[in-house]
Design a protein around this ligand. Structure first.
Ligand code: MRU
Length: 351
């Protein structure tokens, strides 16, 4: 299984996901700003991985500050400035804000007179715990999702990259696929290219290949045709934010797949940890959708694909209405409609 990040004292190593699969280059982040830039530039991406990287960014900063000595009280303002900087990197994946909230709450418990060195130990431990929890969570999601297949061998279509590169390891939707494969239940995975950033053809294909899971890359626009030909049994995707009613933001193109599934009578599943649920938002209409650079559309692999000044609209995510989702696969089990009730019940029992 490929890891997206490695943290050792004073350094966060990130595999540069912009260069995969052609090149495996590890970038070394030694400070919070370089982690923030790595998240903005998609060196690291995928909702849970963004949250983990941000937590490590805060850990790097406090480790560096502790070399100069002093108290938590003297460092506190810089800690909160770091949280604000990281919160501005990418708006849609709520896992980022989940990790930053955990850090903010830890900060509030630290005594003003505590040495920065002691505070650094606590902050590093929390960052490491968040990553370890995400890995365990993904493994549990995989197990719950695999049970849904009830022993059948499936042809599965997925979108974007939701694997070990997008999480602390194992993956969400790709974690379910991994668990199904381990049980001998994957006939074939169709990996959508996932334009314009090609997380599917570059990253999901890379992970499926290295795991020996049978797969084919398809153009996003081939999905509906494959469904019409009865070549797809399941569609499973990840999520960047799930509102209180189950509406789900995920990579642009996800909503279209859900509509196609409904037309063809194919179950459309979403796999995500509880950290991806944002019940402060009643519906998906309130989810902030990131709009990325027009150049992601104007250029592919460095080659210009439109007139140089072509006006572009490049939303990075869309929102799938809960009514199109057959089940939300979490680490605590599979939620079924009506989601407002099932989400509320699960979150109340998990707190
Ligand atoms: O823009 P990205 O690559 O960060 O988008 C990633 C996705 O949309 C994933 O499907 C989502 O984060 C779930 S990852 C486990």
């Amino acid at each position: 299984m490929f890891a997206a990040m490695q943290f050792t004292k004073g350094i966060l190593r990130l595999i540069d996901q912009r260069l995969l699969p052609q090149e495996e280059v590890w970038l070394e982040c030694r400070g919070l700003e370089s982690v923030a830039l790595a998240i903005e530039d998609m060196v690291i991406r995928g909702a849970p991985a963004i949250g983990c990287a941000a937590a490590y960014g805060l850990a790097l900063d406090v480790q560096a500050a502790s070399l100069g000595g002093g108290t938590w009280d003297e460092y506190r303002a810089r800690f909160h400035a770091g949280i604000s900087r990281l919160a501005r990197t990418r708006p849609t994946a709520v896992n980022l804000f989940y990790a930053l909230d955990h850090m903010r709450r830890l900060g509030a418990t630290l005594a003003s007179t505590m040495s920065i060195t002691a505070a650094a130990e606590e902050i590093v431990k929390l960052a490491e715990d968040l990553a370890a929890d995400d890995l365990k969570t993904c493994q549990a999601i995989g197990a719950h999702g695999a049970k849904l297949a009830e022993g059948r061998k499936l042809r599965i279509l997925t979108h974007c990259n939701t694997g070990s590169l997008a999480t602390a390891g194992y993956g969400t939707a790709l974690g379910v696929i991994r668990s199904l494969h381990a049980a001998g239940q994957v006939e074939l995975v169709y990996a959508d290219e996932t334009r314009p950033y090609l997380q599917g053809s570059r990253l999901t294909a890379f992970e499926l290949r290295s795991e020996g899971i049978p797969y084919k890359v398809i153009a996003d626009s081939a999905a509906a045709y494959l469904m019409q030909l009865r070549q797809v049994d399941w569609v499973i995707v990840g999520a960047d934010r799930i509102a209180a009613n189950g509406d789900t933001a995920n990579k642009i193109g996800t909503y279209g797949l859900a509509v196609q599934c409904r037309h063809h009578g194919i179950p459309f599943y979403v796999a995500a940890p509880l950290a991806t649920f944002d019940t402060t938002l009643a519906t998906g209409a309130e989810i902030p959708v990131e709009e990325r650079s027009p150049d992601e559309i104007r250029y592919t692999g460095g080659r210009q694909m439109t007139p140089v000044d072509a006006p572009v609209y490049n939303p990075s995510f869309d929102v799938t209405p809960a009514a199109l989702i057959a089940g939300l696969i979490t680490e605590k089990g599979v939620l079924k409609p009506p989601y407002t009730e099932s989400i509320d019940r699960l979150l109340r029992n998990s707190n």
